[in-house]
Design a protein around this ligand. Structure first.
Ligand code: FAD
Ligand code: EPU
Length: 337
């Protein structure tokens, strides 16, 4: 049986930098150790939290249960055929290290997802996305421990039911699976995705043309907009961008002709939550030790020493104001514990 820590500190495992602790903490490095851990009769009674690198989690309190941080490492080339590769990656690999490694190997397709914090194992949970690419576009299948059936399962694209910042792991299968490995399908031939925002212009300005050049451009754009969690605690976008019905969108547009939007399938429009937050006067606003980031209103920052509850209360105020001014209920992207 692997070592289970008592009263384990989680400060280094949450990007808000909160001084929080877990009643029990364990890091199984393989599926056998994970399944044995889950069989322990005392631990089985406790609430369970699966933790990657804590870059999308807000702890309001200490966690009065067992935190499992999957420790499966490794990058394995499973298949190579013609122009494609299939690669299996352990849940505990850092996401951006994996992206960097893949680009260096000439395995292309993940460049736009450069510098997203977190682990590989949590990447399918909210179907991470940035700059015109989502995990689902490069995903093949994953392996997970099914806590209901008590065996290892293989889940394909369809089973994961990916959506915008969404998957089965956040809905009907919430709390059922612990992802141990994720399998990607990548290209040997570069196919740069340059459609989002100023990506193409920035690549031209940098006189770049390779996937590694694109990776560097994405890193520069991100660094210019987003706070570095090692300096200012944050979890990236705090809310999701809302989808609104076209009729509601039209009403907003009458009053705010400049409203930015992204057409979506069906009868809905995606409006940037950052814009809604900015319009309600919250951009760069600070209350005590909590504030929104001056160049990205969607990011809530712990300026040092804030509590999880203070961050949560701050987010509630934003929710209320956006609801009152626009009649739109923002949904938190960050998981609140
Ligand atoms: P955690 O925060 O530890 O966990 C997230 C969720 O996944 C939790 O519900 C947890 O229980 C669950 N989970 C974790 N590991 C597993 C597992 N092995 N099996 C089952 N469930 C698991 N996200 C984007 O999509 N795009 C961005 O551009 C982006 N930018 C960001 C920028 C910054 C500065 C920060 C701090 C965050 C950003 N995020 C972004 C959010 C975050 O990077 C992602 O959500 C990331 O996938 C979280 O990884 P993590 O390992 O830290 O997960
Ligand atoms: N905008 C404002 N005010 C701001 C910032 C942005 O009005 O302070 C408006 C602008 O019109 C801008 C638009 O919002 O054109 C979009 O801004 P940005 O390109 O920065 O993207 P976002 O919609 O705010 C989303 C993701 C990010 C991801 C970027 C790039 C969500 C919730 N967030 O942000 O993901 O990195 O696109 O693809 O979808 C995360 O999930 O944590 C995250 C950082």
């Amino acid at each position: 049986m692997i070592h289970v820590h008592q009263d384990g500190p989680l400060k280094d495992f949450n990007t808000f930098g909160l001084e929080t602790r877990a009643k029990r903490y364990a890091r199984p490095v393989d599926v056998k150790a994970l399944s044995e851990l889950l069989e322990d009769k005392d631990l089985r009674q406790m609430p369970l939290l699966v933790l990657g690198e804590g870059s999308n989690i807000l702890f309001r309190n200490n966690f009065d249960g067992l935190v499992i941080q999957p420790g499966m490492k490794g990058i394995e080339l499973l298949e190579e055929n013609g122009e494609e590769l299939v690669v299996k990656v352990g849940a505990a690999e850092n996401w951006d290290h994996w992206v960097e490694y893949s680009v260096e190997q000439g395995w292309y397709g993940l460049e736009n997802l450069s510098l997203i914090p977190g682990s590989v194992g949590s990447s399918p949970v909210q179907n991470i996305g940035a700059y015109g690419v989502e995990l689902k576009d490069r995903f093949e299948w994953l392996e997970a421990w099914d806590m209901q059936e008590k065996h290892l399962v293989k889940l394909d694209h369809k089973a994961c039911a990916f959506g915008y910042r969404d998957s089965i792991f956040k809905r009907e299968a919430l709390g059922r699976y612990i992802i141990s490995h994720v399998v990607f399908r990548l290209n040997k031939k570069p196919e740069l995705q340059l459609d989002y925002g100023n990506v193409k212009d920035e690549l031209m300005k940098a006189k770049g043309s390779s996937p590694m050049d694109l990776r560097k451009v994405i890193i520069n754009i991100r660094n210019s907009k987003l706070p570095d969690p090692s300096q200012f605690g944050n979890a990236g976008s705090f809310f999701k961008n809302p989808m609104v019905d076209r009729t509601i969108f039209k009403c907003i547009r009458v009053e705010y002709p400049e409203v930015p939007f992204f057409p979506n399938d069906g009868n809905q429009m995606k409006i940037p939550a950052a814009w809604l937050i900015e319009k309600t006067g919250w951009k760069g606003k600070r209350i005590g030790k909590v504030g929104t980031w001056p160049s990205q209103a969607l990011v809530i920052v712990n300026y040092g020493g804030a509590t999880g509850q203070e961050i949560f209360d701050f987010s509630e105020k934003i929710l209320e104001d956006v609801d009152q001014q626009f009649g739109i209920s923002l949904e938190r992207e960050v998981k609140v514990i």
